[in-house]
Design a protein around this ligand. Sequence first.
Ligand SMILES: [Fe+2]
Length: 301
Amino acid sequence: MIVVKLVPIADTSRELGGEFYGRLEAGDVLYFERSPIELPREDTEFLLSQRQAGSSYYKNIAYRPAEDRVTGLDPGGDGERMRRILKSYCDQTAGLLSKLLARYSNGWRVDFTSFRPFEEAGRALALHARNDLLHVDAFPTRPTDGDRILRFFTNLNPARPRVWMTAEAFPELAGRYAEEGGIVRLARQRAGPAGRVTAKFARALGLRQFTASPYDAAMHRFHNFLKENTEFQEKAKKARTEFPPGSSWIVFTDMLSHAVLSGQFALEQTFIIPYRAQQRPELAPVKILEKLAGRPLTWRE
Ligand SMILES: [Fe+2]
């Protein structure tokens, strides 16, 4: 069984055909051997010269488009230059994807841009923050209420690949672990009358951690469950993929389970895609979890 499929994209001049949407939504990776995003050479050199002190609070340097500001940079770093470079990557990837994946851009949210200057192999991070353990993405501080996490990556390293391990996609994993891991039980509880009342009060009081939708709570639990599960980490059917220097790739990271084994210097742009914009909305993790839980799991009407 093949657990990762790279779908090469050569023509970036127009919208991709329906089969590409289908494959992306099923957990395949759209792959560009040579990144279609061009950074001026001096900007790449600036990024490659970044040596962070290894701050443990921030996992990455991030650009927040809605606020037009950068977080995670060491004090003394050239924040203005970093902001300009990351904003340009953000604008360029948004421009590219609004053409290639046009059906997603209606109602999408252009989320954070991140620059990852650390060597991923051997990073000392807390268990749930580790990138080298297989997981599906969930953002506890930026709930999506059922919408999708689509990410565009570029390996900036001039010499070394970025190495990923991938395993199965969300539908298979949820089918196997969502009951055992207590994910379905949690989702049902949060979606029940008591959960709804708690969330309503929490919203009124501004207690953000209790306002996440049942879907978001379940996805966060699932993310942690997979990272904690040694048997899954060891025995999952895995594939190792090397993304060479200068390549880019696109993947729904809430769908395909993945881990980063090694690599340094990558750029990444996140988009939150309305799940209803998908070609096959029934493949969205929220739809799969709702089927298992037997009730709606978002706060939408
Ligand atoms: Fe991830």
